[in-house]
Design a binder for this molecule. Structure first.
Ligand SMILES: Nc1ncnc2c1ncn2[C@@H]1O[C@H](COP(=O)(O)OP(=O)(O)O)[C@@H](O)[C@H]1O
Ligand SMILES: Nc1ccn([C@H]2C[C@H](O)[C@@H](COP(=O)(O)OP(=O)(O)O)O2)c(=O)n1
Ligand SMILES: [Mg+2]
Length: 209
């Protein structure tokens, strides 16, 4: 039967330990297709999709006291302090009732990564990395049409710079641990999903052995 995030298991010494949820981090540059592919993965593999960017945008719209700070940082392409984002992620995980999560757009820098690990003690199952050229990402972002305040050429350039300087090192960190599953994300949505499916299918087959 499905277990929830806060489900507890008894250890031999009688202590109650929390069962850790399964987490897959979904990383890639702005416009690489993270959100699009997460929607597909959810339909096939029973994960709950948590987009850090979506949670931060919802926080702006909720009128929370952090809203203005978050909005200013997103407009500048900067990364919001981990404390805020991790709080939102933890809340969403608890509220979902699921124990399998795709965490999209997080961790985006070393601070995100180290703080999540220290606070949650969760180690990702693997890291899906969507590799895409800047030229293609820029084209996609300028056509996204979701009315986002950061999908303009000035902010896009800043986001690309932050991606190279702050996010790529996180991918390299996980690569050194053998956790990265890199996908050529410059292809069509269908072709990318075929590659994604192969990775998740392989994982489930391994788990069943
Ligand atoms: N493989 C693809 N080919 C062409 N357009 C794509 C592809 N994947 C996503 N898109 C489009 O590109 C834009 C950015 O995709 P999105 O999933 O929001 O990326 P991210 O979450 O990585 O920023 C969206 O308008 C989406 O419809
Ligand atoms: N871990 C994160 C994720 C997103 N943010 C902020 C900064 C990012 O530029 C924006 C938008 O992130 P989002 O993942 O929605 O953007 P893309 O889907 O990559 O285009 O949110 C953050 O501060 N910390
Ligand atoms: Mg996205």
């Amino acid at each position: 039967m499905g277990t929830s995030v806060d489900a507890a298991i008894k250890e031999e010494n009688g202590n109650v330990a929390e069962k850790k949820p399964t987490v897959v981090f979904v990383l890639g540059g702005p416009g690489s297709g993270k959100g699009t592919q997460c929607t597909n993965i959810v339909q096939h593999f029973g994960y709950t999709h948590l987009s850090a960017g979506d949670l931060l945008r919802a926080e702006i719209n909720s009128g929370s006291e952090n809203g203005t700070m978050i909005q200013d940082m997103i407009k500048e392409g900067k990364i919001v302090p981990s404390e805020v984002t991790i709080n939102l992620l933890q809340k969403a995980m608890q509220e979902s009732g699921n124990d399998k999560f795709l965490i999209d757009g997080f961790p985006r820098n070393e601070e995100n990564r180290a703080a999540f690990e220290a606070i949650t003690k969760i180690v990702p199952e693997f890291v899906l990395f969507f590799d895409c050229s800047e030229e293609e990402m820029e084209r996609r972002l300028l056509n996204r049409n979701q009315g986002r305040l950061d999908d303009n050429i000035e902010t896009i350039r800043k986001r690309f710079k932050v991606f190279l300087e702050a996010s790529i090192p996180v991918v390299e960190y996980y690569d050194s641990k053998g956790k990265v599953r890199k996908i050529d994300a410059g292809r069509s949505v269908e072709e990318v999903f075929e590659a994604v499916k192969a990775i998740f299918t392989q994982k489930d087959e391994k788990a069943a052995v």
